[in-house]
Design a protein around this ligand. Structure first.
Ligand code: PRP
Length: 179
């Protein structure tokens, strides 16, 4: 285990199982379709790569960098688009892949933006859902893990841009974020 962690809360095996289940759910939903899968960078990158490889549906992939936290742990409430998609989403079935839905601002922003650009449908999948932190009324169509207000890192999730590459998810020691 990484020395800055207090404990591991979700193992690699548990993640793998949930990814498989999410992929099966999406394959069923997109039968006969050719969706555009969008990874909201940077947090969702690990989940996204595992998820689309577990899916059988033929699809295209694209990326968007959105940031609302900067170095802190409180949402600015105004997600900023740092890098836009390359693809035209008009008429496309868009599958948005998030690592976490927290305040909900990012999901609302993405949904309104992509439907506003003429997407034929919008489906959001998230690895983690933190309903207790919601500031706007929104929910992903599918969420792998519902969690409380713990500050977790790993498998894409960061603290000050660190720990994203851990293959599991854990809770940071308090001394790390309080120093
Ligand atoms: C995180 C996360 C989601 C968003 C969720 O991104 O990846 O995109 O916050 O929070 P919200 O529901 O409160 O909007 P962040 O801005 O930290 O950028 P990152 O993905 O590069 O870590």
């Amino acid at each position: 285990m990484n020395k800055d962690l207090q404990s591991i809360v979700i193992t690699e095996d548990e993640i793998r199982e949930k990814v498989k289940a999410a992929a099966a759910w999406l394959d069923e939903r997109y039968k006969g379709k050719n969706p555009l899968a969008v990874s909201v960078l940077k947090g969702s990158v690990m989940f996204f790569c595992d998820l689309v490889r577990a899916m059988e549906t033929p699809l295209q992939i694209d990326f968007m960098t959105v940031s609302s936290y900067g170095k802190g742990s409180v949402s600015s409430g105004v997600p900023k688009i740092v890098m836009d998609l390359a693809a035209n989403v008009s008429g496309r079935d868009v599958l948005l892949v998030e690592d976490i839905v927290d305040s909900g601002h990012t999901l609302v922003r993405m949904r309104d933006l992509l439907l506003g650009r003429g997407a034929a449908s919008f489906t959001a999948v998230t690895l983690f859902d933190k309903p207790c932190r919601r500031q706007v009324d929104v929910k992903a169509d599918y969420s792998c893990f519902e969690i409380g207000d713990e500050f977790i890192v790993g498998y894409g999730l960061d603290y000050a841009q660190q720990y994203r590459t851990l293959p599991y998810v854990g809770i940071l020691k308090r001394e790390i974020y309080e120093k």
